[in-house]
Design a protein. Structure first.
Lengths: 195, 416
């Protein structure tokens, strides 16, 4: 993944899980590392629980494509209850699925097969809900999912992400630290399998 | 001839600041902070609201010492901004869509009273049906209001254009309000790399002039602003206004050049992209330009001599610059994101470009395209398709006499 000059990532979440913030924090981290990035959500009905889409493009060069990402390199799925047809749509054949789930990799593959969907090249699984509940006492999985993402594909460094989380919560350092603890646990417990 | 030894340009530039990640709304608020604006009068509306929120936060945090006027409507926001400017204050407001519509009456008054208000417009479609997403209908509605209009392509340009806007608006040879657009969501809510300037730099580039360099409301030196203009003088006032708009070109040009000299990012009225040998070209505005550039890159890889022209300054319209750069193309298109319903062509920018060429005796196979209304996504492939249509026009030598709407859901296909 690191050798690709441009990485296109699509985040799938539900309102309240922080997918939009995740896309922005990832772009900020990429900019901090001297890259170019573009992060934008798909704005629609803004309500808790509604499916939410957000996009991040990272490149070594300035980015002109402001269109939504239809063929992502990576999809990051915050909520296991989202429809696989939706989050797998357009994922490149050599792409990667990063998913918050209690299922095993085998069970995920089976689920995709049941839906008649092509398998991605790599799957990264993480029980981010459990980790978020433990550290944040709320099912806000965005920081854990970002950690899982960078464990699976080193689009930015974990440390740069953590610095950005500290910036986001500059006025509430205890929340920043709880998120960073969640991120470290998520980073260490992400399971990556390439098929 | 005396030889002046020139240092490489990089060495003359002040130390580059680190790039930060920011949205267009952040960039607008930073520019307001760094220009040390005195009065901000705003009423929140989507997608402008984050600009208002950011500025309010900066004032609350002591980062900006400005008077924030919470008005009850956009009509009042613009009225307060005009009144503040009339006292000599550096005055700013921001809005979108319906908010701009409500300001309309005062838009003319701001410019006609020659008050250098600066406004950020997060562009958004107009109701009905209600829609909060991007197009340029609101901006196009102010084209005859005698505001200088600058469109931004990316977050960096939002910042740079606003910094330049204060210098242009307040210049004694201009004294006209300036609006800087940022595409709603596409820029206002998109995070990108931004290189802001130091506050001292901004204040040296766009210095606050001593109070009284222009007539202002001052009890010690009373003046009247906004008197009756009867038929014996009204026309002269309007002609002066038209001339002021024409003459603002010099200041706009010099400001963009000076910005480039100081900070390495030069700005002109237009930005030609691969126009030196272009056979077909599309003219467009704002962040849509990025997509058109991406399409040009794609076509160039296939050996197609495509080019594009971004209109940065829409008012005053860069007719000379545009005519020069379009002289040698074989076919020409204009991509509008607004509709002039019932117009000779329905694309407002298309009509400007056509009259620019026609009055200079330049005729080209021409197509007016409209896409991206109310946030309808324009994909790079859609723009590539427009270029293909232009290649056909270049071959046949024929224009399309009516505007083509792209990306439409219809049984007849996506082009209507």
């Amino acid at each position: 993944m690191l050798d690709v000059p441009r990485v296109e990532i699509r985040f799938h979440g539900r309102g309240g899980q922080g997918a939009v913030t995740a896309a922005k924090v990832l772009a900020s981290a990429a900019v901090d590392e001297g890259k170019y990035a573009l992060a934008f959500p798909e704005y629609g009905a803004e309500r808790r629980g509604a499916p939410v889409l957000a996009f991040t493009r990272i490149d070594e060069k300035p980015i002109l494509e402001r269109e939504p990402i239809l063929e992502p390199d990576i999809v990051v799925v915050f909520d296991p209850s989202l429809e696989p047809e939706i989050y797998m749509k357009g994922l490149k054949p050599n792409g990667m699925l990063v998913i918050n789930t209690k299922k095993t990799v085998d069970q995920i593959v089976k689920l995709l097969e049941e839906h008649g969907l092509q398998k991605p090249r790599c799957i990264a699984r993480i029980d981010a809900t459990d980790i978020a509940l433990k550290h944040l006492r709320a099912p806000i999985v965005n920081t854990s999912m970002l950690a899982a993402l960078v464990r699976a594909a080193k689009v930015v460094r974990l440390e740069t992400l953590e610095e950005n989380i500290r910036k986001v919560f500059a006025e509430r350092p205890h929340i920043a630290e709880a998120n960073i603890k969640a991120m470290e646990e998520a980073y260490n417990s992400t399971e990556v399998v390439c098929l | 001839m005396a030889v002046v030894e020139e240092k490489p340009r990089e060495e003359q530039l002040p130390t580059r600041k680190k790039k930060i990640a920011a949205t267009g709304s952040d960039a607008a608020a930073y520019a307001v902070r760094d220009a040390d604006v005195d009065v901000v009068a705003v009423y929140p509306i989507t997608p402008q609201a984050p600009i208002a929120e950011n500025i309010a936060q900066m004032i609350a945090d002591g980062e900006l010492d400005a008077e924030l006027i919470h008005v009850e409507s956009e009509h009042s926001a613009m009225s307060a901004a005009v009144a503040a400017a009339a006292t000599g204050a550096r005055s700013f407001t921001a809005t979108s869509s319906q908010g701009l519509e409500l300001m309309h009456e005062i838009l003319y008054i701001a410019s006609s009273l020659r008050q250098p208000v600066v406004m950020a417009l997060a562009t958004r479609a107009l109701s009905a049906p209600i829609n909060i997403w991007n197009d340029y209908a609101d901006a196009m509605g102010m084209r005859d209001t005698s505001w200088i209009m600058i469109f931004s392509e990316n977050v960096q340009e939002v910042y740079d254009n606003l910094v330049q806007a204060f210098r242009i608006a307040e210049h004694p040879d201009v004294l006209l309000p300036v609006v800087v657009t940022l595409d709603g969501y596409i820029l206002s809510h998109t995070t990108e790399a931004l290189e802001p300037l130091d506050r001292e730099e901004v204040l040296s580039f766009a210095p606050k002039r001593p109070r009284g360099y222009r007539p202002v409301l001052d009890p010690d030196h009373p003046v009247t602003i906004g008197v009756l203009g009867a038929p014996n003088w009204y026309q002269e006032v309007k002609v002066q206004q038209a001339l002021a708009m024409r003459e603002s070109r010099r200041v706009i040009e010099e400001t963009g050049k000076e910005f480039g000299k100081r900070y390495g990012r030069e700005y002109g009225f237009i930005e030609p992209y691969y126009m030196d040998d272009a056979e077909v070209a599309i003219v467009t505005l704002g962040a849509t330009s990025s997509l058109v550039k991406a399409a040009v890159n794609r076509l160039r890889e296939q050996g197609v001599k495509a080019g594009m022209v971004k209109i940065r300054v829409f008012r005053p319209f860069p007719a000379e610059e545009l005519a020069k750069v379009l002289e040698n193309v074989n076919a020409l298109g204009v991509l509008d994101r607004a509709v002039s319903f019932g117009g000779a062509l329905e694309g407002p920018l298309a009509m400007e470009v056509l009259s620019t060429l026609a009055v200079r005796g330049i005729t080209k196979p021409f197509i007016s395209f409209i896409h991206g209304l109310g946030g309808r996504d324009i994909f790079v492939k859609d723009v590539v398709e427009m270029y293909q249509k232009l290649l056909e026009a270049a071959k046949s030598g024929k224009s399309v006499t009516r505007t083509l709407f792209y990306g439409v859901k219809s049984r007849k296909g996506h082009i209507i």
